[in-house]
Design a protein around this ligand. Structure first.
Ligand code: B12
Length: 148
């Protein structure tokens, strides 16, 4: 069955090239992609996920303000009573910080996976295939190998 994923750049961020590449790669891999484009609010991500019965929400952020833009995002998802896998990727912090710290921060916010700006779209696709296929089987989920 085709899986629907929501894709967009959060906050006031206008960097469009990354999500365009991701959209093309995801579509080529057989996903139904709803690309919300740049400067997308938390509310729009949640509404689109709900309206399209999406399996996953992929948030992109390049301009260094992802931490502020994503505060409360998972509470909104919970309030909307939807069950989606959430990924975030891009240049998630200002400057060259320790990415493991950044990953930890966003995992604690509630994102299932956190990707840096070196991510090959195929890595995200592999992770999505693993996560979305395994939702019905927790034991399989534990054995999956992609690290993000
Ligand atoms: C082009 C560019 C711009 C263009 C954007 C044009 C457009 N409409 O897209 C313009 C000139 C408008 C611009 C503006 C700004 N920019 Co700019 N920009 C860039 C630049 C040079 C390239 C970005 C790009 O297109 N990369 C190519 C794509 C293919 O790669 P990508 O975006 O990284 O996406 C890939 C991965 O990150 C990953 N990915 C991205 N999102 C996600 C999400 C998920 C879920 C997953 C799995 C993966 C993933 O997969 C993508 C595909 O491979 C980068 C520097 C750089 N070399 O990256 C700076 C950069 C992103 N910009 C930066 C900044 C600071 C700004 C401004 C704030 C500058 C200013 N003071 O005005 C503004 C912000 C404006 C705004 N409102 O967004 C900084 C961000 C710094 C930070 N995070 O610490 C960077 C890193 C430059 C730098 N070294 O300082 N920018």
């Amino acid at each position: 069955m085709t899986k629907t994923v929501i894709l967009g750049v959060i906050g006031s961020d206008a960097h469009v090239v990354g999500i365009t590449i991701l959209e093309q790669a995801l579509e080529a891999a057989g996903f139904d992609v709803v690309n919300l484009g740049v400067q997308t609010s938390q509310e729009d991500f949640v509404e689109a996920a709900s309206a399209n019965d999406a399996e996953a929400v992929l948030v992109s952020s390049l301009y260094g303000h992802a931490k502020q833009d994503c505060e409360g995002f998972h509470q909104r998802i919970a309030d909307a009573d939807i069950d989606v896998t959430t990924y975030i990727g891009g240049n998630l912090a200002v400057g060259q910080d320790d990415f493991e710290e950044t990953r930890k921060f966003f995992r604690e916010l509630g994102f299932d996976r956190v990707f840096n700006s070196e991510t090959d779209p195929e890595d995200a696709i592999e992770a999505l295939r693993a996560d979305l296929d395994m939702r019905s089987s927790e034991s399989e989920q534990e054995s999956q190998t992609v690290s993000a």
